[in-house]
Design a protein around this ligand. Structure first.
Ligand SMILES: C[S@@+](CC[C@H](N)C(=O)[O-])C[C@H]1O[C@@H](n2cnc3c(N)ncnc32)[C@H](O)[C@@H]1O
Length: 203
């Protein structure tokens, strides 16, 4: 499979993602944006893995917020993929690490992506009122649902990729939160899933 297959995007979007990938390779030795062991397979492990999250959202989306973005996964991939259809129209990336924020702003500027970066802790922010909220490798589901309660609009959808312990996280979270969910299998790995969650409220 070539890098272009598996994505189902235009040549222009593909070229933008390739610029992002090359900046990731350039910056990663100085700032640990992704684990060094995953850099050689960054296209699959990070870019394709994030691209599948884009397709799970109910487009068109006005405001997408990505929490704990790190090197931009999935939020910056989502912002780049959405440029042609203008969905999402705006992306907010929240990241507490200042050096990672500098990287994110550099990629955004180079590509002209419709994203802004908030360099702060999630807990400090006023409600973002996002239509879609994503977070990859940030926290357990119970904690993530607390963030969704704070930052997702009432009719919004949260999208959380989860590892093999997802079923246990789900039953733990159901003790503290009431919500509806769907489970989609990851297309890039066997075992992990992507949870889409709506209607989050305290149980
Ligand atoms: C394990 S990394 C995952 C990064 C990215 N989402 C990914 O999947 O590659 C978690 C990121 O969340 C950031 N982070 C952790 N807690 C945070 C908080 N409370 N507010 C904002 N950022 C946070 C960390 O600085 C780190 O960059």
């Amino acid at each position: 499979m070539s890098a272009f297959d598996g994505l189902n995007v235009s040549r222009e979007t593909f070229e933008r993602l390739k610029i992002y990938e090359s900046l990731l390779h350039k910056w990663n030795p100085r700032i640990n944006l992704v684990a060094r062991s995953t850099l050689d397979s960054a296209w699959t492990r990070h870019i394709l893995d994030s691209a599948q999250i884009y397709h799970l959202a109910p487009h068109p989306v006005a405001h997408w917020a990505d929490l704990g973005s790190g090197g931009g996964f999935p939020g910056l991939v989502v912002a780049i993929m959405g440029m042609e259809a203008e969905s999402p129209a705006a992306v907010t990336l929240v990241e507490s690490d200042t050096r990672k924020c500098t990287f994110l702003r550099t990629v955004i500027r180079e590509i002209g992506a419709p994203a802004r970066v908030i360099n702060d802790r999630i807990e400090n922010l006023d409600p973002l009122q996002a239509d879609v909220l994503s977070a990859r490798a940030l926290a357990d589901l119970t904690t993530l649902l607390g963030f969704a309660d704070q930052h997702l609009s009432k009719t919004g959808m949260a999208i959380f990729p989860k590892g093999e312990s997802w079923a246990k996280e789900l039953s733990d979270a159901e003790r503290a939160w009431s919500f509806s969910h769907r489970v989609a299998k990851s297309k890039t790995e066997t075992g992990p899933v992507i949870l889409t969650v709506t209607g989050v409220a305290r149980a």
